[in-house]
Structure formats: C-alpha cells, structure tokens
Design a protein around this ligand. Structure first.
Ligand SMILES: CC(C)(COP(=O)(O)OP(=O)(O)OC[C@H]1O[C@@H](n2cnc3c(N)ncnc32)[C@H](O)[C@@H]1OP(=O)(O)O)[C@@H](O)C(=O)NCCC(=O)NCCS
Length: 467
C-alpha cells in the first residue's frame, strides 16, 4: 500500500477557535462540579465519607497535612500552608474521611482537581480535567479508595462535559487501568558542557545581535508566564498552567525552600522583543570551583533564535562543567546544536498521561495530515467511551466523527484498541505502528501505516511542567 501525504491545508493559526460549547469550560470553577454519586455511595458502604474540603478553614489544613503525608513529604510550614491555600482558586480539593479513625477530621485520602487547557495540535486547545494530589494513607491502602476517587473524577468530568482528563504521575503503573495513556514522554539531560562544543547559531553575535540580560525574579515570573502562554499553544501536550506554579519556578513561592539560589536571564531579539527566558540555579561543586553544575529550572523560547541563545548561554557558562535539564521533549533540538552528542546523557520516561472522555470532541479538535477514514472500535475500562467511532478526514485535514458500527467509513480502516491507546495516539506522541507491534492495537499493517501519517504531530509532544 502506498501512503500519501496530501498537501492538506494544515491549521497552524495559534488563535484558532475551539468549539464554542467547549470553550466556556476552560474558565469553569472546578468546585462547581458535583461529586460522583456512584463513588460517594461505594465509599459510604465501607464507612468512608467522600466530600469536598472547605478551603477557608481547618478542614483545608488537615487536607494539606494528609497530602504531605501521602507524598512522603514533611509537614508544611504555616507560610507554605497559607501559600497553598491562596493557590486554590478554582480548585476542587476532595477528602475521603474515616469516621472511625482516631483523628477522623484528617482525610485518609485526597484528590485535587481543576480545569486546565491542553494543546492537542498546534494552535488547538481543549479544556481538560486536571487531576492531582492523589494520595491514600498507607493505613488505608489497597482497599479500592484510589479506584473510587479516580473513577469518580472521570465520571464527574465527563458528566460536566470535559472531553479529556490528564495527570502526571509518581509511578507509571497506576493509571493505565483507568484508561490513561502515555501521551508525551519527557527527557532528562546531563551535558558535559566542556566536551559538548557549540555548533549552533550565535544569536547574540553578528550584525543584528540579540541580547541576554540578567533579570530579577519578578521579571522572570512575568517572562515565564507570558512566554509559556504563547509557546504552549504551539506544542501538543502542553497545558495552560497556573500562577503559583510560576511563582515556585522563579523562587517566589510562599516559604519556598532553596528560593535564594534561583536566578534568571532574558533573551531579547534585535528588534527589542522579549523572546525567551532561562531560569536556573547553580549547584556548587564541593571541591572544585570550576566544576559547578547549572540546573535548568525552565527554559522557554519563542522560536529557534531564543532557543539557541539561551542554551548556548548555559553550555558556555564560566565555572560550569555540567548542565542539567528535565522535562525536555523526546526530540529535542539541543541534540543538533552541540558538536559532540555523546557529551549528553539523555534518559527518557513517561510524563504526560491523557485520558479521552469524549472521543468525537477530542478527535475533531485536532487536524490530520492525510484524507481518509478510520473506525476506532474502543473498549473503555470505566465504560465512558465504548463503541465504534468513525473519523472521516477531508482534503483540508479536518476531521469529523460519527458514532456507529465498525466499517461505517466507506473504504476506511478499522482499528480495535483501548481508550488508553487512543488517548496516547491523540497528540501524536506514539506511532500506531509501534502500538501495533506491541500488540496494543489490533488492525492490519496498512491501517497502522496510514494512521502514522494521518496522526503525525506538527510538533513533538511535550509537557514542560509537573502537575
Ligand atoms: C497510589 C495510591 C494512591 C493507590 O491507592 P490505593 O487506595 O491503595 O489503590 P486501590 O486500592 O484503589 O487500587 C486500585 C488498583 O490500583 C492498583 N494499585 C494501587 N497502587 C498501585 C501502585 N502503586 N502501583 C501499581 N498498581 C497499584 C491496585 O493493585 C488496584 O488494582 P486493580 O483494582 O486493578 O486490581 C496510594 O498507594 C498512594 O497514595 N501512594 C503514594 C502517593 C502516590 O504515589 N500517589 C499517586 C500520585 S500520581
């Protein structure tokens, strides 16, 4: 079979409108979404109360305590607690309470949800139900509490009209069972800066040089906030993020440990336009003043010029022997900017897990590289998306979805898969041929090859933050 990439009019307009009925969801206060009745009843049947936490009072202090315990952290200071409380606008903290416990006011399980936007294609975002803070006390583990919370969150989000849910994880083994798929992998880099050798552009030199300036943390906060909001829309897998995350990124978090180490520089192009920001810290070598490590906290570049300028700044920094960075993409241009790629040690792991809740809304939100039709026959462990969904792609790369019998798309392909696999395929971070080779999707080879082309991402999926 021959696979042809049609000269489709690929949508790259970063201001592209999203479906009007979905766009309102992006601004929704998650606290207005009701708790799932089935999970509330299931937990009540075993003597547990599943309820929202009151952010204003001691209820929240106990929620925070339970979450700190759950993630094996230490008790937050009063300043940290107030910072956490102040960042809860629009959030939906939930606790599970054991009325028979010695301290029954402290939840034995927590979950924190809110509304995000996730980019599914260049210039295309969807409202997303973000799930975080999932903990179950070690005293109450493996009784199905996490399952009740996760399934409850997914049903609540789907009932409220959210097309997709997402999370980042402590362990890769936990969430596939609920239909989450690994949508964007992340790479961690450790570069021997002396060995690497810079072969890329030098935007701060030449006839029209840009410039790099040191900036204080408040400027850095403005920069990461503004630049991320532009860059994330062009990168499948990225999310909108929130103000308190950026405060911690630049060292302005309430009671933040290690904040004094955070420093930043801004890249401004020859026209005076702010194009990039690098937030980093220096880890001092105990014995040798020339062997310090520069640890990147955030590098956000609006275009290749700022990207090269900021990475060159980091890799040629005096008294720095090693540059470390995390949450880079699986296809990072940095590899092509250094002479000796073996100077970089790169490790890869799962990072952004997505979970399609509405197959039609998700598939219609992105664009495609080749016309045709495919019927996805989906199985869903939580029962939200089971069935046959036929995606028809027109000559312009737009997709439309109809629910119905397999084979409904005349001459189309047919693919049998779980919702986790469809969620992984959605933003193009994994190829259908790879999933087929792993036995994770069932279809013929032609269908998988066609899907590889149709779903090819315009930019390598990435998520540059934890949530
Ligand atoms: C992970 C955690 C939330 C699980 O809570 P739990 O109430 O014990 O989980 P449940 O009893 O509901 O288990 C549900 C299913 O998940 C499985 N599971 C639970 N924890 C797991 C883990 N860490 N790894 C793999 N599978 C796990 C159970 O075996 C069970 O499987 P099944 O129902 O498909 O047979 C809990 O162990 C915890 O708080 N861990 C520390 C904090 C953390 O890592 N949180 C996750 C943040 S992303």
């Amino acid at each position: 079979m021959s696979v042809t990439v049609a000269s489709v009019g690929v949508m790259t307009d970063q201001n592209a409108a999203q479906p009007s009925d979905l766009s309102d969801l992006s601004a929704l206060d998650a606290g207005t979404v009701p708790l799932d009745p089935a999970s509330t009843a299931a937990l009540a049947a075993v003597g547990l109360t599943y309820r929202k936490v009151d952010v204003a009072g001691e209820d929240f202090d106990r929620f925070a305590l339970a979450m700190d315990r759950g993630f094996l952290g230490q008790r937050g200071t009063p300043e940290q607690l107030e910072g956490f409380r102040g960042a809860m606008d629009g959030r939906r903290p939930i606790g599970v309470f054991d009325d028979a416990a010695v301290e029954s006011g402290v939840p034995v399980a927590t979950v924190d949800t809110w509304v995000e936007e996730v980019t599914v294609d260049v210039g295309r975002v969807l409202p997303m139900w973000a799930i975080s803070g999932v903990t179950v006390s070690p005293t109450h583990r493996r009784r199905g509490i996490a399952r009740a919370m996760l399934e409850g969150e997914l049903r609540s989000a789907a009932a409220a009209g959210f097309p997709i849910a997402g999370l980042t994880v402590s362990e890769a083994t936990i969430y596939g069972r609920y239909g989450f798929g690994q949508a964007a992998t992340a790479t961690s880099w450790s570069v021997d800066a002396r060995r690497a050798g810079w072969i890329g552009p030098r935007p701060t030199e030449g006839e029209r040089p840009g410039r790099i300036d040191p900036i204080e943390r408040e400027h850095a906060r403005e920069d990461v906030t503004a630049l991320h909001d532009v860059v994330r829309r062009g990168r499948p897998g990225e999310i909108r993020a929130w103000a308190n995350l950026w405060r911690f990124t630049v060292g302005l978090g309430a009671g933040q440990e290690g904040a004094a180490k955070v420093r930043a520089v801004r890249y401004t192009d020859a026209d005076g336009v702010r194009r990039g920001v690098l937030v980093y810290e220096i880890e001092n070598h105990p014995d040798d003043f020339t062997k310090n490590t520069l640890a990147v906290r955030s590098l956000i570049a609006d275009g290749p010029e700022a990207y090269a300028a900021l990475w060159r700044f980091a890799l040629t920094h005096d008294l720095v022997a090693t540059v470390k960075a995390e949450l880079l993409s699986a296809d990072e241009p940095l590899r092509w900017l250094i002479a000796d790629t073996r100077a970089a040690t790169v490790t890869e792991r799962d990072h952004h897990w997505l979970r399609v809740l509405d197959v039609a809304a998700c598939l219609e939100a992105r664009t495609y590289r080749v016309p045709g039709a495919v019927t996805f026959v989906v199985s869903d462990p939580v029962g939200l998306t089971d069935g046959a969904w036929t995606l028809t792609i027109d000559e312009d790369g737009a997709g439309s979805v109809t629910a119905g019998e397999a084979g409904a798309g005349a001459g189309g392909h047919e693919v049998h898969l779980g919702i986790a696999e469809l969620s992984a395929l959605l933003v193009g971070g994994v190829r259908a041929t790879t999933l087929r080779a792993a036995g994770r999707v069932e279809c013929d080879g032609d269908a998988a090859s066609w899907l590889d082309v149709a779903l090819a991402p315009l930019a390598q999926p990435r998520l540059s933050v934890w949530y």
